[in-house]
Design a binder for this molecule. Structure first.
Ligand code: NAG
Ligand code: NAG
Ligand code: NAG
Ligand code: NAG
Ligand code: NAG
Ligand code: NAG
Ligand code: NAG
Length: 354
């Protein structure tokens, strides 16, 4: 049987089929890769409930937000109704950092990663997995990263803006970044609740605290110098980067003050714009215009945040991207699939070999 890609390649001379170039331009521009979708494995839900996350009227809540129903079948059928061809799956906040012992966090992360692996085995041309790390336990997290990438062949790694208060940028996380760097591995960063969750005034934390926590993590990586130390790791930040397109010039301006190390404003701005950003819940004309002027269409990737964002919002969101961002068909091809393939070369391999 021809592979998915071969179906698009009939007629292309064999000499053009060098690996890595095969897929480039060979997928239709509307082939959608969703880099921001979540799984809710039953074992994770069970541990959250045991740890005391509230269940109201039969529904579990994390960060003040209802955890939706999820099954693998529902994931695939929702991809079909959203018109999503391929999804990378990750676990949302609070990952496993709600567990108070390293051994427990490590063991739950391992079970979840094995479940993720199974899902990808069941749907090799539709699903890729992002490794869940047992942070803030760094040594255990490095082991798990190696297992996911080197043994299970995951597409990439999932990180959170902070894990129990340890933010990206903290030097304790350097071993994680070193291990990523050594493997040219890419990262999807999901927001989490800030430690001081009372700032949310009892409203659901994802509403505004998640976007601001994204800014906090990006800002911390600038000010601590961690991003400058590992500039080549491809990182996706969710939800259009939170508020970063709007706040970058303010942050770069302050970072230039002697008090904060006197960083060069153009260098800081280039660093802050040196990431990929997904479109989950960020598809209005205001958001896409800001994102387009901040990074351009080569650094925007498609994200839905399924199942936390329901189809009733994801469907109109996806179909609004081109018009609201005033993107050309070629730019949509980048946003829908080419940028994701540049970030995750293992998706190219999976599509080529299945
Ligand atoms: C509780 O759940 C039931 C069944 O899902 C639903 O019909 C009912 O409206 C819910 N009650 C409240 C107070 O949310
Ligand atoms: C991608 O998904 C769309 C919508 O579900 C479908 O029409 C199309 O055939 C899919 N493309 C491939 C290559 O599977
Ligand atoms: C993975 O799939 C295999 C075979 O279907 C099954 O035996 C195993 O229990 C599954 N493991 C997980 C973690 O879901
Ligand atoms: C998580 O944070 C709390 C509060 O700062 C602290 O008491 C606890 O030790 C932390 N847990 C881990 C695993 O670092
Ligand atoms: C990482 O990328 C660099 C530069 O493209 C390359 O030289 C190196 O071999 C790659 N390493 C791995 C482990 O893929
Ligand atoms: C949309 O983009 C085109 C160039 O691709 C430009 O000519 C046009 O002015 C833009 N329209 C708006 C409303 O920005
Ligand atoms: C596709 O081609 C463009 C330039 O034409 C390049 O920038 C990009 O890295 C390529 N992507 C892949 C996955 O090879």
């Amino acid at each position: 049987m021809p592979s998915l890609l071969q179906k698009f390649l009939l007629g292309i001379p064999l000499a053009c089929l060098a690996s890595g170039h095969v897929i480039n331009g060979s997928l239709p521009s509307n082939y959608k890769i969703d880099v921001h979708s979540h799984v809710i494995p039953p074992i994770w839900k069970k541990e959250l409930i045991s740890a005391g996350y509230p269940v109201k009227n039969g529904t579990l809540y994390t960060d003040g937000f209802a955890v939706p129903d999820w099954t693998l079948d529902l994931h695939i059928s929702t991809m079909d109704s959203l018109g999503v061809n391929y999804s990378t799956m990750s676990v949302s906040a609070p990952g496993v950092f709600f567990l108070k012992e390293a051994q427990k966090a490590k063991s739950l992360a391992r079970s979840i990663n094995l479940a993720l692996h199974n899902y990808t085995q069941a749907y090799p041309t539709r699903l890729g997995a992002l490794c869940l790390l047992p942070l803030p336990y760094v040594a255990e997290a490095v082991d798990e990263l190696k297992f996911c990438l080197d043994t299970l062949g995951f597409a990439g790694v999932g990180l959170f803006t902070n894990s129990n208060g340890t933010y990206l940028g903290d030097s304790s996380l350097d071993p994680i970044f070193t291990a990523l760097d050594e493997r040219n591995a890419s990262v999807f960063v999901h927001p989490a609740s800030p430690d001081c969750s009372s700032v949310a005034l009892d409203w659901p934390i994802p509403m505004t605290e998640y976007p601001f926590d994204t800014v906090r993590a990006i800002e911390n990586m600038l000010l601590t110098g961690q991003r400058a130390k590992y500039p080549d790791i491809k990182m996706i930040f969710a939800h259009g980067g939170g508020a970063i397109p709007f706040l970058a010039t303010r942050i770069a301006g302050m970072a230039s003050l002697p008090l904060l190390g006197g960083l060069s404003i153009p260098d800081s701005l280039a660093q802050l714009a040196g990431y990929y950003f997904d479109t989950a819940a960020s598809t209005s004309a205001i958001q896409l215009t800001a994102l387009k002027s901040f990074v351009g269409a080569d650094q925007i990737v498609t994200g839905t945040d399924y199942p936390y964002v329901p189809s009733s919002q994801a469907i109109p969101g996806l179909s609004a991207i081109q018009g609201n961002g005033n993107f050309t068909i070629a730019e949509m091809g980048n946003i829908n699939n080419q940028n994701a393939l540049t970030i995750f070369p293992r998706i190219v391999k999976a599509l080529e070999s299945n």
